[in-house]
Design a protein around this ligand. Structure first.
Ligand code: SF4
Ligand code: SF4
Length: 323
């Protein structure tokens, strides 16, 4: 109980700090990134709040809520999931009117602004708060349920691989690559004022949704999409800074996949059917857990209902470990 109070207090303080501090960094004008996203020209919390009440965020929040309800009530399966991923891709990727600022820039720009002392737009601040809040409420509720590029990779991953076998990347390697890319980007900001993600938009596939098909980017996106046939969400695990941020936030997410050890019969069915490297770490109770994109496949597969998208460890598991 005491632990939960500390845990929730840390979350509340972190969220309050984001809400109070981040708008201070925002520039006085709405600024444009071509997204058409809401957000006004003021630097106060009211303009962030009004941005969050725009159609894109309301719909994004509703989709995430639907995902949370499906996961909580264990009403999710691969068919429902892929149908919803198609809807997310069309809604937030194809329909220009629903575009949010690029999630990638939403994370990279504030870091860049902190390093070189520049300002960022209210739109990106609003998007950052949206992504951060969803990720704290439920593990990867943004990445797993709202991001159109994540949805596209997941849809492709459902196509049977020509080799008949999917690959699960070792997390320590994929995460090291992701952290290295982010670190190199920060060094580039210090050295040149431009980061790796904006440098000719080499690593920003979200440009795709604005119909910016530059050669290098097109080759990169094509490679990622082909790789998605074999590997679950390769861009998320290997490159995306939003993936990195939301992975960190997963550690304080209120809802996430949890195992009830007393119900687990060690059949490993969840590990066999899951597309990710995460469920094995969850079942084994590993300290370092790879990103879980809240797809619900492991929850649906478990024959004994030992996996839940829950709020905390069931009490009887805690009692067992207390013995
Ligand atoms: S990690 Fe994946 S799902 Fe999340 S923002 Fe990046 S591309 Fe989208
Ligand atoms: S652990 Fe893997 S299979 Fe289970 S919900 Fe998370 S991403 Fe999906």
């Amino acid at each position: 109980m005491k632990q939960n109070i500390i845990y929730l207090s840390v979350i509340c303080i972190a969220l309050s700090m984001i809400l109070i501090c981040v708008p201070v960094m925002a520039e006085g004008e709405g600024g444009g990134d071509g997204s058409g996203m809401g957000g006004g020209g003021n630097t106060d919390i009211a303009s962030v709040s009004s941005g969050l009440l725009s159609l894109q965020y309301i719909l994004g929040g509703l989709v995430a809520l639907a995902g949370l309800i499906l996961l909580k009530t264990t009403k999710i399966n691969w068919n429902i999931r892929i149908l919803l991923m198609c809807a997310v891709f069309i809604l937030f990727g194809v329909l220009v009117v629903m575009h949010q600022p690029s999630p990638l820039r939403t994370v990279v720009d504030p870091v860049t602004a902190l390093i070189i002392g520049s300002t960022i737009t209210i739109k990106k601040i609003t998007a950052l708060i949206f992504i951060g809040s969803l990720s704290v409420i439920g593990a990867k509720l943004f990445c797993g349920w709202v991001c159109p590029f994540g949805a596209l990779q997941e849809i492709i991953n459902r196509i049977p691989a020509p080799t008949g076998k999917k690959i699960k990347l070792p997390f320590n390697i994929s995460n090291s690559i992701r952290i290295s890319i982010f670190s190199i980007s920060l060094i580039m900001v210090l050295a040149t004022g431009s980061d790796l993600y904006t440098y000719h938009n080499i690593l920003n596939p979200f440009e795709l949704f604005d119909w910016h098909f530059e050669l290098v980017l097109s080759v990169l996106v094509g490679t990622i999409l082909i790789a998605s046939l074999f590997v679950y969400r390769p861009f998320c695990y290997l490159v995306c800074p939003v993936g990195l941020l939301s992975w960190l936030l997963e550690h304080i997410s209120i809802f996430r996949v949890r195992i009830i050890q007393d119900l687990c019969n060690n059949c490993n069915k969840c590990i066999r059917v899951a597309p990710c490297p995460s469920v094995k770490a969850i079942v084994n109770g590993d300290t370092l857990q790879p990103d879980c994109f809240a797809c619900g496949v492991c929850i649906d597969a478990c024959p004994t209902d030992a996996l839940k998208f829950g709020i905390r460890k069931p009490r009887y598991k805690q009692n067992k470990s207390d013995k």
